[in-house]
Design a protein around this ligand. Structure first.
Ligand SMILES: CSCC[C@H](NC(C)=O)C(=O)O
Ligand SMILES: [Zn+2]
Ligand SMILES: [Zn+2]
Length: 453
């Protein structure tokens, strides 16, 4: 049933007949013809001309991609208007919670037949990262589809695809007349891409979040270039640190002792030597993935006023990502040693210091994981379980004690989140909807757990 095994070379073309069948099955009508007002809306991509109409789910995906919810000024109003329409089409209630001024979380709820049971959360963020338009093949917000069916746009992988896949899976399940014991909540959150402080981090502390009575959450993952899907059961902790090095100022023509730059050099050496060790560890062990080692990258250097003035202070910043297996207290002690060894008066401060290292169990004793993995097995979908190398909103969900899995049903696709020419093939996208059509019923039908009514 699931076409997740489809390979690009053997790509099937969705024909009008397939679409007609699909529309009958889903109960969706009236959107068979390509929308001539949309740029490049013709199936088969190209720049207009004769083509095959987009599958309605693809058409919706491309419409959502065109909303400019891009930092630094995301058009969140456009996203909320779109989601309002989705809720109306699905005939489901939508609640809006303003977690911070101008930062609204939208919640669409499909009540279960036993609402006392814990719910299933399908989370996605509405914002996307900026683009370097000059490096893109197409306008990053035009959702152009090329002749291979590859849809280009910021958010195609991260994570507007997942948002629409959730919505389309729910639409189809509702059209089939299905009901499930557990309530399903779809949350659409702002600001994930800028750290989640005015989004999920605040929302998880809000009474409206507690009221959702969540038992298990799905959130974003990463594409997999091979046949498998990658699922993430934990994340590395992001630590963003700035090390401040004071030093003796003076004339740029002299050998001044104890300069800020000499201290910065020792700091950089300590951090980057450690970086080399970890890179070597990753490259020499077949069983390690990026999520299992600590990455360190020097991302900013600040200081100085003129060529011939030795500055009294210089700052250097690093982006570190620490696996959940690392003892964080010992790791910070190591940083303190590096600072102490680099000279007098060096201080540091964190711009980001996540310390929760909770992981979601991938043992069969976890009924949520069992439902998830058994369903994938039944679909012949193979899974690779990993630690997420970067940070998502799942870290806030896990930090309040809830199990969460990061999963984007994207295989046979290079990992292009935050990259130029981010794309997703329409067939892979459509397969992902079918994956959720199986996963959502399985999760929403997990039998009552000990302690549940
Ligand atoms: C630490 S908050 C920023 C979140 C961002 N997430 C991704 C997926 O790129 C990151 O890991 O840099
Ligand atoms: Zn994302
Ligand atoms: Zn992202």
């Amino acid at each position: 049933m699931c076409q997740a095994r489809v390979k690009f070379e053997e790509q099937e073309v969705v024909t009008i007949r397939d679409l007609a069948f699909e529309n009958t099955r889903t109960g969706r009508t009236g959107d068979m013809l390509p929308d001539k007002d949309e740029p490049n809306a013709m199936g088969g991509g190209g720049q207009g001309g004769l083509g095959v109409a987009d599958h309605p789910s693809v058409s919706l995906f491309r419409e959502y991609l065109r909303l400019k919810t891009v930092h630094p000024e995301p058009d969140y109003d456009a996203a909320l208007k779109f989601l309002d329409r989705m809720a109306q089409e699905l005939e489901l209630p939508m609640k809006k919670v303003e977690v911070c001024p101008g930062r609204v979380v939208a919640i669409i709820t499909w009540a279960g037949t036993n609402p006392a049971l814990q719910s299933v959360l399908l989370n996605s963020h509405t914002d996307v990262v900026p683009v370097f338009q000059e490096s893109w093949k197409y306008d990053a917000f035009a959702a152009v589809k090329d002749p291979k069916g590859n849809i280009y746009g910021r958010g195609t992988q991260d994570m507007k695809s997942v948002t629409i896949q959730y919505i389309e899976a729910i639409r189809r399940l509702k059209a089939e007349g299905r009901r499930f014991a557990r309530t399903i909540h779809l949350t659409f959150v702002p600001d994930e891409e800028v750290g989640g402080h005015k989004g999920m981090e605040t929302f998880v502390k809000h009474p409206e979040f507690q009221a959702l009575n969540i038992g298990f959450a799905l959130d974003e993952g990463l594409a997999n270039p091979g046949e498998s899907f990658t699922v993430f059961y934990g994340e590395r902790c992001p630590w963003w640190i700035t090390v401040r090095c004071p030093g003796s100022p003076g004339h740029g023509s002299r050998f001044v002792e104890n300069t800020a730059a000499e201290k910065v050099r020792r700091i950089i050496n300590s951090f980057l030597d450690f970086r080399e060790q970890e890179k070597h560890r990753l490259n020499t062990s077949e069983c390690l993935t990026l999520g299992d080692v600590t990455t360190v990258n020097m991302t900013m250097v600040k200081g100085g006023v003129a060529y011939n003035v030795i500055p009294a202070e210089m700052d250097v910043s690093f982006d570190m990502r620490i696996p959940p297996t690392v003892n964080l207290q010992e790791f910070e002690e190591k940083i303190q040693q590096w600072c102490k060894g680099a000279g007098e008066g060096i201080t540091y401060q964190f711009a980001q210091k996540h310390t929760n290292q909770d992981r979601t169990s991938t043992a069969d004793s976890n009924p949520w994981w069992k439902a998830f993995s058994m369903t994938c097995k039944a679909m012949n979908v193979s899974l690779q379980t990993e630690i997420f190398p970067a940070a998502t909103d799942s870290r806030f969900i896990r930090a309040v004690g809830l199990p969460a899995i990061g999963f984007s049903p994207i295989n046979h696709t290079p990992i292009l989140l935050h990259d130029h020419n981010e794309f997703l093939n329409e067939q892979v996208f459509l397969c992902g909807i079918q994956v959720y059509q199986e996963l959502v019923p399985a999760l929403a039908s997990v039998p009552a757990l000990p302690g549940e009514v």
